[in-house]
Design a binder for this molecule. Structure first.
Ligand SMILES: [Zn+2]
Length: 223
């Protein structure tokens, strides 16, 4: 159960967005995240569930900062032709979705439901214009991966990747790996690693892909 701070912040955010004051909307969310992080997530006097819920809230609010950027891009022009903007929009779309759905469910909020619907519509527009796409997918051999909570081998400790513990999200930190291959696939693990048609060039009869993301370090809770 999330606390009312999230919902009241969302209402205020929505008002700013309706007034097309996206910068103020972002500033509001950043200050709410800062306060929750300092007063609850990092406060060891507060019990675990409250800290975990606060972390969940902040990740969602961080996702709404992504959406505020998406909204600014969508508002700036009716047709986006600039390639860098398109690529940025695509990445923001996945960042935003991953953050809002960090716990694999949508918290009870019509605003969040509407944001996710909007993301689906944007993705459908990409499909319409550029197809489902092709992607890079790294195949690696992980030699050492530790748990972000206890710093032990993640395969041997009791923590579960993706779960929250005392306001910290458990992730596996890869310390050593070997890159086996980077394949081109249609169904990648990370849709952000997309190969855009305008990045494929032909040089001396050979196809060359320029500026492709083969792996993106993404942290849902980078605040
Ligand atoms: Zn652990």
């Amino acid at each position: 159960m999330l606390n009312s701070c999230l919902y009241s912040s969302l209402d205020k955010w929505k008002t700013y967005i309706e007034l097309k004051q996206n910068d103020r909307a972002k500033k509001l969310l950043k200050s709410v995240i800062y306060r929750i992080n300092k007063k609850i997530i990092k406060n060891k006097q507060i019990e675990e569930t409250a800290r975990n819920n606060a972390l969940h809230e902040c990740i969602i609010l961080r996702g709404i900062i992504d959406f505020t950027d998406i909204d600014s891009i969508m508002r700036s022009t009716s047709v986006i032709t600039d390639h860098d903007t398109l690529e940025n929009l695509w990445i923001l779309l996945w960042d935003c979705r991953e953050r809002i759905l960090v716990k694999n469910y949508i918290p009870e909020s019509q605003i969040l439901v509407n944001i996710l619907k909007e993301l689906d519509l944007i993705e459908a527009k990409f499909d319409e214009n550029y197809g489902k796409g092709i992607y890079t997918s790294m195949v690696t051999k992980i030699k050492s991966e530790i748990c972000s909570i206890c710093k032990e081998n993640i395969k041997l400790c009791d923590h579960k990747a993706g779960s929250f513990y005392n306001g910290i999200r458990c992730i596996g930190i890869v310390e050593d790996f070997e890159l086996i291959t980077s394949d081109i696939v249609e169904n990648p693990e990370d849709k952000r690693c997309r190969i855009w048609p305008w990045r494929v060039k032909e040089v001396d009869g050979k196809k060359i892909i320029e500026q492709v993301i083969i792996h993106r370090i993404f942290k849902v809770d980078d605040f």
